[in-house]
Design a protein around this ligand. Structure first.
Ligand code: COA
Length: 336
């Protein structure tokens, strides 16, 4: 197999442990039908989602992240003090700054880490993995903690049926370390972005473009906005292309891959990608029906569930494929 050019000659990196955390409160489609003009049937047929989690008032993103991180550290057999780098992927930080990663560092006692947030919307966890594994591959870091955490419920317009039914809260985390002899770990990745489509998906208010004001609050600029149809088309195209390109780059075919862990936005997006890749949907590890779209948390939560329920076995090839606001997209292949 061809090696990833960017990684040849430097250290291989593995995921040593994963963890996730889902808030207790379950919001079903029937619950939503009491809030907005929708039905369980509409949501299920258009998206595959049956329910999602909602964090409690005051339960902030860094708290979700810290719960997931403790579980990942325990699974990896790593103490918080051993962590040298924390990257948090999120579009729903506790605050504009300081970074959520610094707050997580304090919550879990990772006193020896340097920390930063990374914003690539729903692609964030894959981007963060890519960055963190390169720090380890080059020998600058031994142990990294990569987290995808979101409290999207804060930024949803609960009067907008076209968006509020799609998203949920949650967090997932992975501990990265150098591979032992013979372990392959991360094999390769591709990423892409197209800022010309930024206006199709995002939270426009609260920054320098539309600073907080009484008028901006009244307009709801601080809520997530999306052009669903156009996002759908781009997501299918970009994720299918990214999956194909990373396999080609690594000298693999889709038949070599045991599990595809996609960003879990919508069941119909995943079915369309499966058709384009000519692979049965059963090879996709799916949990969108239980959690909805958790943005940067979707992939790490699915990864953790796949690891814990025995779906993933040592030596399996796994393909992450993601898409999100920006637009951003990417795909990574690794050996579990
Ligand atoms: C959001 C999405 C499910 C909407 O499905 P769609 O088939 O494109 O539906 P449309 O937006 O064209 O809306 C069709 C109708 O359903 C209505 N509708 C929208 N949300 C609804 C809801 N929750 N319940 C009932 N009806 C709804 C619309 O108002 C529209 O009604 P109209 O024809 O009377 O105007 C779909 O576009 C989608 O999944 N997009 C991608 C979203 C995504 O994954 N984003 C994140 C990527 S990281």
């Amino acid at each position: 197999m061809a090696e990833d050019k960017q990684l040849s000659g430097i250290r291989k990196v593995v995921i040593a442990g994963t963890g996730s955390y889902l808030p207790e409160q379950i919001l079903t489609n029937h619950d939503l039908a009491k809030i907005v003009d929708t039905t369980d049937e509409w949501i299920q047929t258009r998206t595959g989602i049956r329910e999602r989690r909602r964090a409690a008032d005051g339960e902030v993103t860094s708290e979700l992240a810290a719960h997931a991180s403790r579980r990942a550290l325990e699974a990896a057999g790593v103490t918080p003090e051993e962590v040298q780098l924390i990257v948090v992927a999120t579009i729903t930080p506790d605050m504009m700054f300081p970074s959520t990663s610094c707050i997580v560092q304090d919550r879990i006692g990772a006193t020896n880490a340097f920390c930063f947030d990374l914003e690539a919307a729903c692609s964030g966890f894959q981007y963060a993995l890519d960055v963190a594994q390169r720090y380890i591959a080059t020998g600058d870091v031994e142990i990294a903690l990569v987290i995808g955490a979101e409290k999207l419920s804060t930024f949803l317009d609960w009067n907008d049926r076209a968006t509020c039914v799609l998203f949920g809260d949650g967090a997932g985390a992975a501990v990265l370390r150098p591979a032992d002899d013979g372990q392959r770990g991360f094999i390769g990745s591709v990423m892409g972005s197209d800022g010309s489509l930024a206006g199709l998906l995002g939270i426009p208010g609260g920054g320098t473009a539309l600073p907080p004001s009484i008028e901006s609050l009244q307009r709801g600029d601080h809520f997530l906005k999306m052009e669903g149809r156009e996002v759908f088309k781009q997501a299918v195209r970009c994720m299918s292309d990214a999956a194909g390109r990373v396999l080609e780059k690594c000298g693999l075919t889709i038949a070599d891959v045991k599990w595809i862990i996609p960003h879990q936005a919508n069941m119909r997006i995943m079915t369309a990608i499966a058709e384009r890749l000519d692979v049965p949907i059963e090879r996709f590890y799916l949990n969108v029906h239980r959690y909805g779209n958790m943005s940067a948390a979707s992939v790490p939560v699915a990864l953790d569930e796949a690891a814990r329920d025995g779906s993933l076995e040592s030596g399996d090839l796994v393909l992450f494929v993601v898409f999100g606001g920006g637009f951003t997209w990417g795909a990574t292949v690794l050996e579990w």
